[in-house]
Design a protein around this ligand. Structure first.
Ligand SMILES: Nc1nc2c(c(=O)[nH]1)N[C@H]1C(S)=C(S)[C@@H](COP(=O)(O)O)O[C@H]1N2
Ligand SMILES: [Mo]
Length: 406
C-alpha cells in the first residue's frame, strides 16, 4: 500500500463529505451512511503481515486497522480468521517471531519465583479453550456525533473466536503465587522499541484489575491454529470480557503489580474522559465491555436491497462480563420491539450469540435495530456514553440500519 494514497483517502474521510452524505440520505441513519462511505474510501490492499486475509470481507482503514464488514460476519458462530478485524497500535514485530512459537520466552514477575518460561513449557502447565468476543474499545466510534479522533470503526472491530492456552492461575501456581498486595496484572507487548525513544510513549503495556486473572489465559492458538502474527502470536494474554487493548499480543512479560503501568497507553489512553477534556490517570480506564448487539443481515450494504415477503433479521449479541440473555428487534426505529430467538450453539458467557427474527415486510423503508439484555440484567441503551475518544459505544440507535424493501 502506498502511504501517500492512504493519507489522501484519510483526508477525504475527515472532510465534510460524511456529514453531507448523512444529511442527503433522508431516512438513512448516520450509521449506515458512514458504513457506506467507509466502504468506498477503504484502502484496497492488505499489508504483508495480513495478506492472507479476505480483503472483500474487510474495510481496510490502514495497514494496522482493518474491520469486518457488517455483512461479512456470516452465520457461523465463530468468526473465520481471514475475516477477523486487526488492530495494531504500533507496527507489529517481525514475522520471524512466529517461526518457532514454542521457543518464545515469557518473563513472569511480581511472583514468588521470577521466571523466564518458554511457550513449550507453558503448554505443560494446563490447557483450556476459551470462546470469546474480542472487540476493540473504539468499535462504533464512527457513530459518535462529536467525531472523536481515531480509527472510524463501524461495527466490525469485533469477532468471536476460540483462544486456546494455559490459565494464568495455573502459571501462578507453578511459580509460587503472586506478590502479596498485587492489584494489577500487567502485560507487556513484544514490539521492539526504537532506540532513543522513551518506551512509555509507545510501549503496549496494559494493567488489568487483579480479579481478571480468574478467567484469563496465555494463548498460543486461535480457532484451532497457532496464533498468526496479526493476532498476537506466538503468545497472547487473553482477558475475556475486557476490550481488545487489554488482550496484549506478542506478550513478553506478565507482571503482578501494585501500580498500573506507567506507559502512556495505560495512563492517558483508553480513559473515559469527558468530551473536550484531556484524558489522564484520574479518569476511568477502559476495561470491561458493556452489553451490545447489532444486526448483520440484512446488512444495509450498497446493492443489498431486501425483497418483500418473509425476511430473517439476523445479528449478534453479547453481554460483556455475563452472557446475553435476550435480544429484541425493532423494524420501526425503536418504537415497537419483538423478542428474537437465539440460534446456533451457546459457547458460554464470553462468546456472542446469534439471533434471528422472522418478519413479514411489505415494500417500503424500515429502520432495523436490535437491543440486547445481559444475564447481569443490563439492557443496551439508546444512547452511548459520551467520551472524548469514542470508546465503548453500545447505543442501539447508533447501530440501527435503514433498509429499503422492494
Ligand atoms: N502488543 C500489542 N497488543 C495489542 C495491540 C498492539 O498494538 N500491540 N493492540 C490492541 C488493540 S487496541 C486491540 S483492539 C486488539 C486487536 O486484536 P486483533 O488485532 O487480534 O484483532 O489487540 C490489542 N493488543
Ligand atoms: Mo483496540
Amino acid at each position: 500500500m502506498e502511504p501517500s494514497n492512504l493519507s489522501r483517502r484519510r483526508m477525504l474521510l475527515s472532510s465534510g463529505s460524511l456529514v453531507a452524505l448523512a444529511g442527503a440520505g433522508g431516512l438513512t441513519p448516520l450509521s449506515q451512511a458512514l458504513a457506506q462511505e467507509m466502504a468506498k474510501a477503504a484502502v484496497k490492499s492488505l499489508p504483508a503481515y495480513a495478506s492472507w486475509k479476505h480483503a472483500d470481507s474487510l474495510i481496510i482503514h490502514s495497514a494496522n486497522t482493518m474491520e469486518t464488514r457488517r455483512g461479512a460476519f456470516g452465520s457461523g458462530l465463530i468468526t473465520p480468521l481471514d475475516r477477523l478485524f486487526v488492530r495494531n497500535n504500533v507496527s507489529p514485530p517481525s514475522e520471524k517471531i512466529v517461526a518457532d512459537p514454542d521457543a518464545w520466552m515469557l518473563s513472569v514477575k511480581g511472583v514468588k519465583t521470577s521466571t523466564e518460561i518458554s511457550v513449550a513449557d507453558l503448554k505443560r502447565l494446563g490447557v483450556v479453550a476459551l470462546p470469546m468476543v474480542l472487540q476493540c474499545s473504539g468499535n462504533g466510534r464512527a457513530f459518535f456525533p462529536e467525531k472523536p479522533s481515531g480509527t472510524q470503526w463501524t461495527v466490525g472491530a469485533a469477532g468471536c473466536v476460540i483462544f486456546t492456552g494455559v490459565p494464568v492461575k495455573a502459571v501462578l501456581e507453578a511459580v509460587g503465587g503472586m506478590d502479596s498486595g498485587s492489584k494489577y496484572m500487567t502485560g507487556t507487548g513484544g514490539e521492539e522499541i526504537p532506540a532513543g525513544l522513551d518506551p512509555n510513549t509507545i510501549m503496549v503495556e496494559r494493567s488489568i484489575p487483579i480479579e481478571a486473572i480468574e478467567d484469563a489465559i496465555l494463548a498460543w492458538e486461535i480457532n484451532g491454529q497457532p496464533i498468526p502474527l496479526a493476532h498476537g502470536g506466538p503468545l497472547r494474554l487473553v482477558v475475556p470480557g475486557y476490550t481488545g487493548v487489554n488482550n496484549v499480543k506478542y506478550i513478553k512479560q506478565l507482571a503482578f503489580t501494585k501500580e498500573q503501568s506507567a506507559a502512556n497507553i495505560q495512563q492517558n489512553s483508553y480513559r473515559m474522559a469527558p468530551v473536550g477534556e484531556k484524558s489522564g490517570p484520574s479518569q476511568e480506564s477502559v476495561w470491561e465491555m458493556p452489553v451490545k448487539s447489532w444486526v448483520t443481515s440484512p446488512s444495509g450494504e450498497p446493492g443489498q436491497d431486501v425483497k418483500a415477503g418473509k425476511v430473517q433479521i439476523q445479528g449478534l449479541a453479547f453481554g460483556g462480563m455475563s452472557a446475553a440473555k435476550d435480544v429484541e428487534v425493532s423494524v420501526d426505529g425503536g418504537k415497537n420491539w419483538v423478542k428474537a430467538s437465539f440460534v446456533g450453539p451457546d459457547l458460554g458467557k464470553y462468546a456472542w450469540r446469534q439471533f434471528t427474527l422472522g418478519v413479514d415486510l411489505k415494500p417500503g423503508q424500515y429502520q432495523i435495530a436490535s437491543r440486547a439484555t445481559s444475564e447481569a440484567g443490563t439492557t443496551q441503551p439508546e444512547e452511548r456514553v459520551p467520551n472524548n475518544r469514542g470508546y465503548l459505544n453500545n447505543s442501539w440507535r447508533d447501530h440501527m440500519l435503514a433498509i429499503t424493501v422492494v
